[in-house]
Design a protein around this ligand. Sequence first.
Ligand code: ADP
Length: 472
Amino acid sequence: MFRDATEKDHQDHRNLQAFTSLLTLVEALSTITEQTEHAHTGGENVPPITLAEAGQAFADITQQVLECKYVGVFVLDPPDECQRLLACSGLGPKEAVSLRDDTTGVPLAAYVNQTIVAQLHTDQVVTIDLDSEPFLSTSHTRGARYRLVAPMMRRGKLCGLFTIARANQEHRPIQNAYTSQEKALARGIARLATQIIERVSLLQERAESRAKELEFQETTRRYEDCLSTASHELRTPLTTIKGNLQLSQRRIGALVRHAEQFPETLAGLQRVEQPMREALQNFGRLERMISEMLDYSRIQADKFILRKQICNLVDIAKHAAEDARKELEPRPIVLNLPPQEDVPVYGDKDRIGDVIHNYLTNAHKYSPTGHPIEINLSVEKTLARVSVRDEGTGIPLEAQEHIWKRFYRAPGVEVQEHSLSDSNLGLGLYLCQEIIELHDGQVGVQSIPGQGSTFWFTLDLAERPNLSPSST
Ligand code: ADP
């Protein structure tokens, strides 16, 4: 293959040189990716390296390692493989601008002939004589007529070009313009360039999605702050209006009692009574919504305060059942208690009562009037279990795992006519779960669509130092 030993030595020397150049390049490039990675993984105050900066560093290093007039790195944008100069090194500022202007947005097929395009597509390194390319004028050579172009391939597809241009005076005939070692080196460098570009752009995408996530978190925080402020500010005026409405309702009631012998006045007063009742009902709904939103924002801000003490779950269940009987009349409410009178748990009795109340209002909201709602309290070993069973619409299986999420409302589960004025923010069960989990307990549901639902929670039994049932 080699004519003599000198030629072989010469060849070995060039191979070694090419290999050393490639190693130097790899070493230099690893610092770019390390910096980039550091910046993108939250390195303190290090601005992230952009794709253009990485490309520029890459072109500069290559230009230093290889002796050539200039180095260019082009990205080919789909769908027409339009060229975009990512970076170039070795050209003066004016020449760099003119190279960018000449190439930006120009499809590859409008720049070089079809044979070259085909060669690049099949991952071949080509030498281009810019003087003879039909689509270019000689002014485009920038004193470097022969250009060595290596394709940048990503998953088997052409995605960019890596070009090296040697100055004119070094020109030999085109076939000798670049040696096979230089071509191999160009191919190796183009592969490295692809890796770098891909890595930097991945890191950039990751940084962008992290920035979006942070922005989303910030927006959510502001939204929750606003919700909390609005709920607080609404509470005071609403309480005053509600007080005035209740007072007016009582006064109208008294006037009605005194106006029995004046039929016209009586009818007039009764006409006012009805809208007054409705207004108060709507107030109840507003109050519940505001209280849910306040609790929600307190939980989000870690400001949800529980007043825990040892309390009797039997008493809590009894109170909840009594309140429900008044509130949900004429709905039958059945309460099943365990044999023992004291079921001590360590917790906030008002908040545990809120959970039972919420289960009960949901059972009422989602089941037809007349069907009973059952509250069961039982004790098993060291665990107390409270459940609320209804004979309502039930919950589709696929919705059951989502119902504890904030603002979730199961599709197709309609609120019954009698509860249309209730709060339906989709926060109730979320708050129940939070409250029970803050007591180290568990919540759950069993439901068969069309047959009803049983919502339950469990709490650890507490040891009562002083067994007095009145201590709740
Ligand atoms: P909402 O204010 O909408 O009632 P909740 O958080 O209390 O919010 O409940 C979430 C969703 O779970 C409800 O919108 C409803 O679809 C479903 N759900 C809750 N309780 C019942 C129940 N007893 N029967 C049927 N569906 C229920």
